[in-house]
Each structure stands twice: as C-alpha cells, then as structure tokens.
Write a protein that binds this ligand. Structure first.
Ligand SMILES: Cc1ncc(COP(=O)(O)O)c(C=O)c1O
Length: 404
C-alpha cells in the first residue's frame, strides 16, 4: 500500500494507526491498565463501563467525512476499545479481536503465500497443529516442527524460504520454555517474523514484544476471558508495516468479535491480575501435592525449581501462571483418578475460574499424530491441570481423595 492510501485510511478508520503512545493509560502499571482499559471513562457520557455499540452500519456526516466507523466488520467502538486495551497491555502497536483463537491464527496465516516455510514449536495446542497441517498445508504453506526451547534445533530448520517462527511459550501441554529474545534475534538476522502464542501466561505475566516478537496471538477464550464463557482470539502487532495487511484480511474475511463479547472481555480483563495471582497460588499448592505423591512420576510447572527453563522464565516473565502437567507412574491410574474427581472438572479448556483437568492425549492433543506426540512426550501417562480460583484446600482434598 502506498503512503497516500495509508494516510487516507488512517483519516477514515478510527484507530487505524494503532494506539497513541502519549495516552495517559500507557503510563499506568498493568494492574491499573487492566481495570481502566485504554480509554478509561467514555468522555461524552461519563460511563465507567465501556458502552456496547450494536450498530452494524455507521452514518457518514457528508460525502467526504467519516466518524471513523463505517461498517461493523471493519470496526466498532466497543471492539476498538478492547483491541486498544489488548495492544496496550501487550506493549504492542495495534490489536485485532476475533471470534476465537483459531480464527485469529487463521487470519495470521494469510500473511504467507504458497512455498513460505514456518518453523513451529513441536509442543503446541493440537487445534493449531490441525489448522496448519490439514488446512494451510493444502494451500502450499510448509510447516516444520522443532523444539524451540533449544535454539540449535530452530537453527537447523532454517531455510531460505523461512518466513516465520511460531512459538508457544510455555508450551501446551509440556510447559517447555522458549527464549523469546534469542529466537527473535535469530529471526531478525534471517528476515523472518517471530510469532508468540501468549495464551498460557497472558500479558499480565509475559509481554513477548518487549523481547523482540513481531506478532503476539492469543486464545482469549482462556485467561483473558477467564470465566469459561466467552470465545475470543487476538492478534497484536509490534510494527506499523503489519497494519495494512491485517486490516485488509480482517475487513475482507470477518470472523471478528461481536460487541457483547468485546464488552464481556473488557469486564473480565479488570480482574485478570487478581485471577492470575490466585490461579498461580492454587497451582503452586497443587504442584507441591503432586510432587510429593507416590503415584506421580514427574511434574511440569514453569515456576518449579527443577524446571529446566526456570532461568529463561525468570528473565522474560513476571509469574509462572496456573498450568501444570504431570506424568502418572502408571497410565492405568488415569481413568480412575478422572472418574473420582468431585470438585475439579474433567473438561477441555484452561485459564478459567474453575479448575479443570484434561487428558491431552485424547482431548486437546488428539489431532497430533502419535509420532510427533511421542517425541514431545504427550502420552497416556500425562494429565494437565488448569488451576482455577477456588479455595486451595478444597482442591488438594479433591486430588487427595481421587488419588487414593
Ligand atoms: C495455546 C492455545 N492457543 C490457541 C488455542 C485456540 O483457541 P480457541 O479455542 O479460542 O480457538 C488454544 C485452545 O485451547 C490454546 O490452548
């Protein structure tokens, strides 16, 4: 897009050029930014809770004028407030909100053309693997999988056609930690983009753009929404050059987040910090229980002193979050434990207020072929817990009775 067209769109589409770096809200600490959002109160009315604008078309005052809104697929005031808030929290320039994490990743892949090569963390959410392999593989994108927690493994996969490295850190479900800064430096030297799925820690604990990432994506269905009742996804960019492509893909395809869900996510964000601190505290209690239980072989938790990625984690995050995976000594115990749980729910998601237990091999990671799963370590002994915000004593009691 030439500069004059960019300027024209910038004058017609509100928020086109991203967040304003001199906004008062940018100076606040994350806890305050979460509560107040990007704009704080709505100036005209004084509304403290962001208003929900349901209108699809927006009237233009005259032939040459625009209010900054035109048609809901391009943007709505409620969505813009949410997108600006997410961009601010992630230390990015601009964000887009979609109807699911997968919808966001699908839009992200529109950046690439047949023959482009993308290196992907070999331990990642099964749905992302399915989207890459079974859908975008058919359109000529080439994906190879590497242990991104080992920089040498990433280097080995680099080719002339490599256009991006897609990282999950911590990875889901094995909680491997990738050094974002090291990968971003490697990518910059090879003209490739660094893309980080930041779902597991959220911007409350980790902001990949600070370490050189070009794009951050989220399943907002998890911690950002946080109550197991909204599906959403986000793309956040660090740099102006990506504004035009993502604007074009989004306004052409849709898949955007409806106004009510935008508002509900804004409301949920107000407590993201409180929830994440509590989820982390509850996770730490369960890690302690699991590490000392005779039926448990190994616990994977990024904040654990035995975790190999602890040093990198400490450098690039301010917390270790609420996700735990663990191996049972005997895979035959899995069914019995799942069936005996009373409080902890056997369900396939994470990041919400309710503590959930997942059996990745058949649930979240069932789409990944056995060959790749076994390299990564996702097997029948593995269980995953997403800590909620319940009373920790009840959670431990429930695990204790289920393990007995
Ligand atoms: C790390 C990660 N990324 C992306 C997704 C996809 O998000 P959604 O379910 O909102 O489409 C998930 C879903 O579980 C996930 O765990």
């Amino acid at each position: 897009m030439d500069e004059s067209n960019f300027e024209k769109l910038a004058s017609m589409v509100k928020g086109f050029t991203g967040i304003e770096k001199d906004r008062v809200s940018l100076g606040y600490r994350p806890g305050t930014q979460l509560v107040r959002g990007y704009s704080g109160i709505e100036r005209e009315t004084g509304a403290i809770s962001a208003p929900i604008y349901l209108s699809v078309p927006y009237v233009h005052p005259s032939f040459d004028e625009s209010t900054g809104f035109g048609y809901a697929r391009y943007g709505t005031p409620t969505r813009l407030e949410l997108e600006n808030t997410i961009a601010m929290l992630e230390h990015g320039l601009k964000a887009w909100a979609f109807s699911s994490g997968m919808a966001a990743i699908s839009i992200l892949l529109k950046l690439f053309v047949p023959g482009d090569h993308i290196i992907v963390s070999n331990d990642l959410y099964g749905g992302t693997y399915r989207l890459f392999t079974t859908i975008y593989g058919r359109y000529g994108l080439v994906f190879t999988y590497a242990d991104t927690s080992n920089l040498e493994d990433v280097k080995k996969e680099l080719r002339r056609e490599t256009k991006a490295v897609f990282i999950e850190t911590p990875s889901n479900p094995m909680m491997n930690v990738t050094d974002i800064k090291a990968v971003a430096e490697l990518c910059k030297n090879n003209n490739a983009l660094t893309i980080v799925d930041n779902t597991l820690l959220s911007p409350y604990f980790q902001r990949p753009i600070d370490f050189g990432a070009d794009i951050v994506i989220h399943s907002g269905t998890k911690y950002l929404g946080g109550h197991n009742d909204i599906m959403s996804g986000f793309i956040v960019i660090a740099d102006k050059t990506l504004i035009e492509p993502f604007f074009t893909f989004t306004m052409s395809e849709g898949g955007v987040l409806p106004p009510f869900d935008c508002w509900l996510t804004l409301r949920s964000l107000k407590t993201l910090g409180l929830r994440m601190e509590k989820q982390q505290e509850n996770a730490l209690g369960m890690v302690d229980f699991l590490k000392n239980h005779k039926k448990v072989e190994k616990v994977f938790y990024v904040g654990d002193r035995d975790h190999p990625g602890l040093e990198i984690s400490r450098r690039q995050t301010s917390g270790s979050g609420g996700m735990i995976s663990f191996y049972l000594k005997d895979k035959e115990d899995a069914r019995g434990i799942i069936n005996k749980l009373k409080l902890i729910l056997f369900a396939e998601s994470l990041g919400g207020t309710e503590t959930l237990l997942t059996y990745p091999v058949v649930q979240t990671h069932g789409a990944i072929p056995e060959e790749l799963r076994s390299i990564v370590g996702v097997n029948e002994k593995l269980l995953r817990i997403s800590a909620g915000v319940e009373d920790p004593a009840d959670l431990i009691e429930d695990l204790d009775q289920a393990f007995t």
